[in-house]
Ligand binder design. Structure first.
Ligand code: UT7
Length: 333
């Protein structure tokens, strides 16, 4: 029997309406539009306002509703929902179950995964495994974050970087030579010291002291993370291309995690790929962590053709990183 592949058959996304410009950030901390644009490549980001009283499952629900409309999906046919996020609605229950309940996916097993900015490519690997083993035919991957909920707006080193957004993709079984072909995914817990949230977990549960010390926000040593991100993403991309005998001309698109435009440019340079083949939307959304790659696919969907060869690559807290090689499953509608 032919191998079963998992192919993406639809993509959707959602970003909150509120646009926070660099000018607004410059009114909060000592920075400028010029610094943020030239050092990171961000012009604006979307923010889920606190007064809405909702979390990441609100974004995922909106994205999922669009996905259902676009693909004519009967939500009762979905057998598994995997949600990649670092900012779930609650510590428990998982946000996959909360989103599934709001969107009618009542027959699905649901769980969240924690792989920070690499969450989408990790979730694709799991979804692909579920499908290629033959037991599951329709799997949904939700992937996104409300990173502004863990952003320290007193720290100019980090607060300009982050935004909120979520993507949703449907994966289905196929015997065609399409979909997820290969992946290289790695982790190194030694990266903890460079990028983490100090409190709110079982080591330092929330207390008056942790709140006073602002320890429920993201902390990173940006320069170190930058260097690791460039080398690990470039190495993973080069390795997956060599393993699959792909030249740079065989690749139509590289979809990199959007943390810094200078990281994306450096990865393109190291891979020897034409920068025009790099999907970039960091200027309008900033770093939405697990949201960046599916939001790129959502923005670029009309340019993607059946059979196009894509490399997805990400790097994030953990450290976690990797690359996925896939063949796009459908022509623009
Ligand atoms: O997605 C998760 C993974 N995260 C990442 O991939 C992030 C990786 N890191 C980065 O993207 C960059 O390191 C940052 C954007 C975070 C920082 O850029 P950088 O070019 O590495 O800046 P730096 O930290 O080396 O700081 C350079 C200068 C410093 O001033 P001095 O010491 O040279 O006088 C900073 O104080 O820029 C200063 N600076 C700022 N100035 C204006 C830092 N943040 C700001 C700011 N506005 N917002």
């Amino acid at each position: 029997m032919n191998k079963i592949n998992a192919v993406i058959t639809g993509v959707a996304g959602y970003v909150p309406n509120y646009i926070m410009t660099n000018q607004e950030i410059a009114e909060i901390v000592d920075t400028t539009d010029e610094w943020i644009l030239s050092r990171v490549g961000i012009k604006e980001r979307r923010v889920l306002k606190k007064e809405e009283g909702v979390g990441v499952s609100y974004l995922a629900t909106k994205a999922m509703q669009e996905l259902i409309r676009k693909t004519n999906l009967d939500p009762m046919d979905v057998e598994a929902v995997i949600f990649a996020t670092t900012t779930p609605d609650y510590v428990f229950p998982n946000s996959a179950a909360l989103t599934a309940e709001k969107t009618g996916m009542k027959n699905a097993l649901c769980f969240d995964i924690s792989a920070a900015c690499s969450g989408f490519i990790y979730a694709l690997e799991i979804a692909s495994g579920f499908i290629s083993c033959g037991k599951y035919k329709k799997v949904v991957v939700l992937s996104g974050d409300v990173l502004t909920s863990i952003t320290n707006y007193k720290d100019r080193n980090t607060c300009p970087l982050f935004g909120d957004g979520c993507g949703a993709v449907l994966l289905e079984a196929t015997h065609d030579d399409l979909g997820i072909i290969d992946s290289i995914l790695k982790a190194d817990g030694a990266g903890f010291k460079y990028l983490h949230q100090k409190a709110g977990g079982s080591v330092h549960p929330a207390s008056l002291e942790t709140v006073e010390r602002n320890e429920h926000t993201l902390w990173q040593e940006g320069k170190v993370v930058f260097k690791y991100a460039v080398s690990k993403m470039s190495d993973a991309c080069t390795e997956i291309m060599e393993k699959n005998k792909l030249s740079k001309d065989d690749i139509q698109w590289v979809v990199p995690h959007q943390a810094n435009l200078r990281i994306i440019d450096a990865v393109a340079h190291r891979m020897g790929i034409d920068p025009k083949k790099m999907m970039v939307n960091i200027e309008k959304y900033g770093n939405t962590s697990a949201g960046t790659i599916p939001l790129c696919l959502w923005d670029w969907e009309s340019k993607l053709k059946k059979g196009d060869k894509l490399i997805l690559t990400a790097f994030g807290a953990g450290f976690t990183w990797g690359a996925v090689y896939l063949k796009w499953g459908y022509d623009p509608k």
